[in-house]
Design a protein around this ligand. Structure first.
Ligand code: FMN
Length: 330
């Protein structure tokens, strides 16, 4: 068995919140989930219990921190470990101007010694694994040797795994969204890192949207992180446990998952959350299936109709599926 979870769902701001993670976890019991990035500063100054909230069913779950101050990072890591996170991850890959202004995220790749200090402080503060998520490079510092120097520094500081988004980031001139699409993917450099650093698990990230591609990557690296592939098609996770974690039970059906999800949605609403927030990333669960659009339309009515809209969505899918089968037969 692998030295680390072979598949994870990427940290995504405004996507992998506690509501959406619950749904992903119901589809795959084993995939490693990440929170959205939480800054160490926000944990220090803000509403830490709210920022750190998760449901125990979400394990295994990693808390992703942003920051560059070793003291605050150690404190944030300790707060995360104290409430039971299975791993603390440091974000060294985000190129957003807001994050750069706080001088952390991807620009930290230019200062491996600062990242190493942060990692060492986090390691000293917690017993759970401390991991780092980075890019293959930034701006013109994108030769393999730059990545290798960065990796050596964080591994020497004790990082337990390195996740590499296999494209560089341009710190000026590209929006965060463009930085996830425009610079080309360079998987070979991550494979080389995995070959040259056999003692530390290396996870690859960027552009994976099907499980065959994940299987291919696992020939070269220890793990694969999927972001938008899951966001746009969460059902991708349904086969992950059997294919990559050695599970043998039957795959769930979408209807099984949604049946459990409705009481969850109602519970969250009773706790004071807005239903449109709770359901906002469930729409694509039927991506590519007959009735996918009807399901999304039904969910969009949830803010007016409550969980009744979800039941109507499921019924709309059933009707669309029956019509599709009839057409196919005739
Ligand atoms: C909406 C969105 C929000 C993101 N937020 C974060 C974040 O908080 N922390 C982080 O390290 N990466 C973040 N990312 C980057 C992803 O974790 C991932 O590295 C990137 O999307 C490439 O993987 P993919 O091609 O599988 O999506 C975000 C990506 C998206 C699409």
């Amino acid at each position: 068995m692998s030295r680390c979870p072979p598949v994870s769902v990427a940290p995504m701001m405004d996507v992998t919140d506690a509501h959406t993670r619950w749904l992903y976890r119901r589809i795959s019991r084993r995939v490693l989930l990440y929170t959205e990035m939480v800054t160490a500063q926000a944990l220090d100054k803000g509403d830490a219990p709210r920022l750190l909230a998760y449901d125990p069913v979400e394990h295994p779950i990693a808390l992703q921190l942003g920051g560059d101050d070793p003291t605050l990072l150690a404190q944030g890591a300790r707060m995360g470990a104290d409430v039971g996170y299975d791993e603390i991850n440091l974000n060294v890959g985000c190129p957003s101007p807001r994050v750069q202004k706080g001088s952390f995220g991807a620009c930290l790749m230019l200062s491996p010694e600062v990242v190493a200090e942060g990692v060492a402080a986090m390691k000293a503060a917690v017993d759970v694994p401390v991991t780092v998520k980075c890019r293959i490079g930034v701006d013109d510092h994108d030769r393999y040797e730059d990545l290798r120097r960065f990796a050596d520094a964080v591994v020497a500081a004790g990082a337990d795994r390195l996740t590499v988004h296999a494209r560089k980031a341009w710190l000026q001139g590209l929006s965060p969204k463009q930085n996830r699409n425009v610079p080309p993917l360079r998987y070979e450099e991550v494979h080389r890192l995995a070959r040259e650093l056999p003692d530390v698990p290396i996870e690859i990230n960027g552009g994976f949207v099907d499980l065959d591609a994940v299987a291919d990557q696992l020939e070269h690296v220890d793990a694969v992180m999927i972001g938008r592939g899951v966001w746009h098609d969460p059902w991708l996770l349904a086969d992950v446990d059997r294919r990559f974690f050695g599970e043998t039970g039957p795959a769930p059906t979408r209807e099984d998952v949604l049946e459990d999800w409705i009481p969850f949605v109602e519970r969250r609403v009773a706790e004071g959350h807005k239903i449109q927030h709770v359901v906002r990333h469930a729409g694509p669960i039927y991506a590519g299936q007959p009735g996918a659009k009807a399901f999304k339309r039904a969910l969009a009515r949830a803010h007016k109709e409550g969980s009744k809209a979800i039941l109507e969505g499921i019924e709309a899918v059933r009707l669309a599926r029956a019509a599709w089968s009839e057409r196919k037969a005739g």
